[in-house]
Design a protein around this ligand. Structure first.
Ligand code: GLN
Length: 189
């Protein structure tokens, strides 16, 4: 990976430090994104896990919502993990929360229920192979349409989707030592 590539990590709320460390360990530069002008400095953007309703409100408040949408439409690679995946979705079941609404996916939030709210499993990902996946109060994807392509499912539920320059994972690759998903995203740049 070229050392000059800079990946932004949205740093309003949630698990952005872990993403920063993982991206740096792949050899790319990383920038914490908090203001619209930060988007001018980056080649790709990660939207981390956290609390999607809070993150949506903050995105709007800091004028990042429309700017990120604009960059995505211009082709900037964007990857949402967990809450980030929720924010990428056009449809969220039973929610009118603020979102980027970029991907042709329908999301169910907190979809695994309280009793198994966190778990870890091996996951088979199309074009990547087996990876270790950590799920924390994870959503899953109930439906995809248009150009959205399913890359991984867990127990018949869709947990990873790619749509052109956009990627979404219900799980947290930044919390394992494996780097396959980061490498995959860096190759989208
Ligand atoms: N349950 C959270 C939400 O709905 C997502 C959890 C996570 O990002 N780990 O926003």
């Amino acid at each position: 990976m070229a050392g000059k590539t800079t990946v932004g990590v949205l740093a309003m709320q949630g698990a952005f430090i872990e993403h920063e460390q993982a991206i740096k360990s792949c050899g790319a530069n990383c920038l914490q994104v908090r203001r619209a002008q930060d988007l001018q400095e980056i080649d790709a953007l990660i939207i981390p896990g956290g609390e999607s309703t809070t993150m949506g409100k903050l995105l709007k408040q800091f004028n990042l919502l429309d700017e990120i949408k604009f960059q995505a439409e211009q082709g900037m690679p964007i990857w949402g993990t967990c809450a980030g995946m929720i924010l990428m979705a056009k449809e969220i079941v039973d929610s009118n929360q603020i979102r980027l609404g970029l991907m042709n996916i329908e999301i169910k939030r907190n979809a695994y229920g309280r009793q198994v709210d966190s778990f870890e499993t091996d996951l088979e990902v199309k074009g990547i192979g087996t990876t270790r996946a950590v799920f924390i109060r994870a959503p899953y994807v109930q439906k995809v349409w248009g150009d959205a392509q399913v890359l991984a499912s867990y127990e018949d539920k869709i947990v990873m989707v790619r749509e052109n320059n956009m990627l979404a994972t219900a799980f947290h690759p930044e919390l394992t030592r494996q780097k396959e998903i980061q490498e995959y995203f860096l190759q989208m740049i």
